[in-house]
Write a new protein. Structure first.
Ligand SMILES: [Zn+2]
Length: 303
């Protein structure tokens, strides 16, 4: 991890310089993780290394509610701890553990609600176990019970690609813009199952550079695995407009754009779509943890 903190942890005052302490082994952080696991009725031995955590993090059956929570929540949790660290360090303000836990829960629930109506609509996989877990999480919308009033503005909810297509959602984050940066993307099939995903820190730069880099690296990953037709989707208007030749970005972005177009133009079919940030939460969360120094690269077997 690239982060060098103060010699004392701002959350527990212990001597520590590492990001693994801050996000995982710090008593403050580990209490967050324990409370979170308790809500999932999950007994988990936490590793003391954030990279190992992502490698060993359990993922369950593809479309269940639990799997949605398990996918998203670690990033939400890490992000809330990081925000609290910054609040204490730069604003000399502190929130108590209970309010942090509430924020983690509501950030997770918001993320789940924005992507899950599709997955949960496949109610065959909405198990009694899921139903039980959802009672521990205030605010989760269960579409089978409220299908008619969960429609929100177009482009604010993630939707799956057509059969024989995959969808790549990408995002970039820069803390400070310019500042420490990271990219994130996730590639899913028509059932909403994840085929591949990545979080990767990149050298400090701007949000736009991070966005274009995320798309380029996602496309390279996709090409390496030789899969079906692709829809690329992001909340970066400038990136999507540049692909559609509706905007001319600056020369640094142009260099990345050329790489993106080279790949896209080599394909038989592709689409580029702009969506709202609420529908891009997974890529958003991945890019944010990457900007903190975390690396994740995962590809499903058999693809
Ligand atoms: Zn600490």
């Amino acid at each position: 991890m690239g982060y060098e903190g103060p010699s004392r942890c701002i959350l527990c005052k212990a001597q520590s310089k590492t990001v693994d302490h801050l996000l995982l082994t710090c008593p403050f952080a580990s209490k967050c993780w324990r409370c979170f696991c308790a809500k999932l009725e999950l007994i988990l031995v936490l590793p003391n290394d954030i990279k190992l955590l992502f490698q060993s993090w359990p993922l369950h059956t593809k479309e269940s509610l639990l799997s949605q929570i398990m996918e998203i929540a670690p990033s939400c949790l890490i992000w809330e701890i990081w925000k609290e660290r910054n609040r204490r360090l730069f604003e000399s303000k502190a929130r108590n553990q209970k309010s942090i836990l509430n924020s983690i829960e509501s950030a997770t629930v918001d993320s789940i609600n924005s992507i899950s109506s599709f997955a949960l609509n496949q109610s065959k996989v909405f198990t009694s176990w899921d139903r039980k877990i959802s009672q521990n999480w205030q605010g989760i919308i269960i579409p089978s019970l409220s299908r008619h009033n969960t429609i929100s503005r177009k482009g604010a909810i993630w939707s799956p690609p057509k059969p024989d297509w995959v969808k790549l959602n990408f995002d970039g984050a820069s803390k400070g813009n310019p500042g420490p940066s990271g990219i994130g993307y996730v590639i899913k099939d028509q059932l909403g199952a994840i085929i591949g995903k990545m979080a990767k820190p990149i050298p400090p730069d701007t949000n736009n550079i991070a966005e274009f880099t995320a798309l380029l690296l996602g496309l390279k990953d996709y090409i390496n695995h030789g899969i079906k037709n692709i829809i690329v989707e992001g909340d970066s208007e400038i990136a999507i407009n540049a692909i559609r030749k509706k905007a001319t970005p600056n020369w640094r972005l142009q260099a990345l754009l050329e790489g993106i177009l080279e790949i896209l133009n080599s394909l038989d079919l592709f689409e580029a779509k702009h969506i709202y940030r609420e529908a891009n939460t997974e890529a958003d969360a991945l890019s944010k943890v990457a900007a903190l120094g975390a690396s994740i690269h995962w590809w499903s077997q058999g693809s």
